[in-house]
Design a protein around this ligand. Structure first.
Ligand code: ACM
Length: 529
């Protein structure tokens, strides 16, 4: 087989070598009604819309394509703009690594003739970014979208609200971004050490115009933004701004400066639902078409509900037996109002365990296979998000050289071996919780190359084939050309090593076994931080 063809990542459905080469010259023309996504994917090579030699026609199912490189032309048949964009990514992988620079120095290049017929196995191939624990500036989000698109990943789940920061402008409730978007300092000590803080303010938020731009930029690259406003728990930042929506309105809150689970929780009352409806409308108005909207539901400490006479009376009036039922009712109301606005709700698995979801609500089982199986059996569409092996904030090795992490270890091999095949699995998604991801360089390090393995399993719908490692080694040259601060397969480069810290974080495999046992019976929380 011709050299370039062995190195597609993710692996296409079928590859057939054809005789000859096509001499591609930068500045080449792209013709046809789906020319624009092809021009965009190959922008570094300066293509122009106009006459061939590259022609793009609509044919086939969404996201699918057939790319045919012949000696005298290149033809792309694509089901939609996403399919055309992906076929162009495949074409780019037939070129030298220099095709992955922002401006390619390539002159003419002989592309090996080939026919690649392709389509993804899973429709949700996602990445989750926690921009609350550490804010990620807009240009870094746009760059992450470029990297997702390069790997044919198509969902960007933006975790926009948590105890440690609210990250989006609200014109209706401006204290959300004025007060909720920054904290005075951030914890630096690890679990078990004497508490210490950095005495440095941290914050940031996206304006509604920023959000509009992010969504549009993503859409041009076949990526759908899935916003998350995590409620009713994880609410310290909201309540620092608007304590009147808290379970105890007399209590004052601060944007949290440390990690872990906080008891801060919204009141599950109609006034809170009205408030959230207004905020959701602002987010939806900025993002435009938003097929999925995540409402969280995880890690709620319900004690403050049980302690409130107003909330207990409301619970009784709704004929709900327990605070857990009220948790379910509240999330159901939010999902209903999102449905009225054309969006499907997405929730973490605690909301499924609570037991009152709409049939069309998508469940993200993060606590293991038991709860995933139960959500599937109950008829929900599921996006697999298990801590092991898809929490990429965990370290790749139990080594003092690795940058700080909540636990260890999740390797590229663990991700590549993960089996995503199951009925009603909409897809899979890696998570980048950002307690220990303070900046874009660290984000790169944690995301890649585990994200490459994620792209492989989500695109093909099965564990990676034995040739994956060889393809990945070649692919890392593309990441070098694209300027990605990835983790080399044999460990961090000297400048990527951590400041000295005590190794021995949480053992993720043991923690997952524990969570799996817990979720068999009832609700539970994340392993302690
Ligand atoms: C989660 O890790 N709390 C979804």
């Amino acid at each position: 087989m011709i050299e370039g063809m062995r190195h597609f990542l993710p692996a296409p459905r079928s590859v057939e070598a054809l005789p000859g080469v096509f001499p591609l010259t930068p500045g080449f023309g792209v013709a046809g009604d789906l020319a624009e996504p092809v021009r965009r994917a190959l922008a570094a090579l300066g293509p122009v819309i106009g006459d061939g030699p590259v022609s793009v026609r609509r044919h086939g199912a969404p996201e699918s394509s057939t790319l045919t490189v012949r000696a005298d032309d290149i033809e792309i048949l694509a089901g939609d703009a996403a399919g055309a964009f992906y076929a162009a990514q495949t074409l780019r992988q037939l070129l030298p690594h220099d095709a992955f620079r922002a401006v390619s120095p390539l002159s003419a290049y002989d592309v090996p003739c080939v026919r690649v017929a392709d389509a993804p196995a899973l429709s949700w191939r996602g990445a989750h970014l926690d921009v609350s624990r550490h804010f990620l500036p807009k240009h870094d989000v746009l760059r992450m979208i470029d990297l997702l698109a390069m790997h044919k990943l198509n969902r960007l789940h933006l975790h926009l609200a948590d105890d440690q920061g609210w990250r989006v402008e609200s014109r209706a409730y401006p204290r959300l971004h004025e007060i909720g978007s920054h904290r005075a300092q951030t914890i630096t000590s690890r679990k078990g050490e004497p508490e210490s803080y950095d005495a440095t303010p941290h914050g940031g938020f996206y304006t509604l115009d920023d959000l509009r731009e992010i969504a549009a930029y993503a859409r041009q690259r076949a990526v759908t933004v899935v916003p998350e406003i995590d409620v009713p728990g994880h609410a310290s930042a909201i309540l620092a701004a608007y304590p009147e929506f808290g379970a105890d309105p007399s209590r004052r809150h601060r944007v949290l400066e440390r990690w872990g689970i906080s008891p801060a929780i919204l009141a599950p009352l109609p006034k809170t639902i009205d408030f959230l409806a207004t905020v959701f409308d602002e987010v939806l108005g900025a993002l435009g078409e938003t097929p999925f909207f995540h409402i969280g539901g995880d890690e709620c400490v319900l004690d403050a509900w049980a302690a409130s006479t107003e909330i207990t009376a409301f619970q009784r009036a709704q004929h709900l037996a327990t605070p857990g039922d009220l948790h379910a009712w509240f999330l159901r109301r939010l999902a209903d109002l999102l449905a009225e606005r054309g969006s499907r709700a997405v929730v973490w698995d605690e909301a499924f365990v609570s037991g009152m979801l709409r049939d069309d609500t998508v469940v993200m089982p993060w606590r293991g296979t038991n709860v995933a199986r139960r959500a599937i059996a109950a008829g929900h569409d599921v996006v697999l998000t298990p801590v092991f092996p898809l929490y990429f904030d965990y370290a790749e090795a139990a080594s003092a050289d690795e940058p700080a992490a909540l636990g260890e270890s999740i390797t590229v091999g663990d991700v590549a071996a993960f089996d995503v095949a199951a009925e009603r699995v909409l897809g899979a998604q890696f998570q980048l919780w950002s307690e220990y991801i303070p900046d874009a360089r660290t984000l790169d390090y944690k995301a890649w190359p585990r994200g490459c393995a994620m792209a492989e399993i989500a695109w093909t719908g099965r564990p990676a084939a034995p040739d994956f490692l060889g393809r990945l080694e070649h692919h890392l040259g593309r990441l070098d050309a694209a300027g990605v601060n990835y983790r080399p397969l044999d460990g961090p480069r000297p400048w990527q090593r951590s400041r000295p810290h005590t190794p021995g974080g949480l053992d993720v495999a043991a923690a997952m076994r524990h969570l799996d046992e817990l979720t068999l019976s009832a609700d539970s929380t994340r392993p302690s931080m």
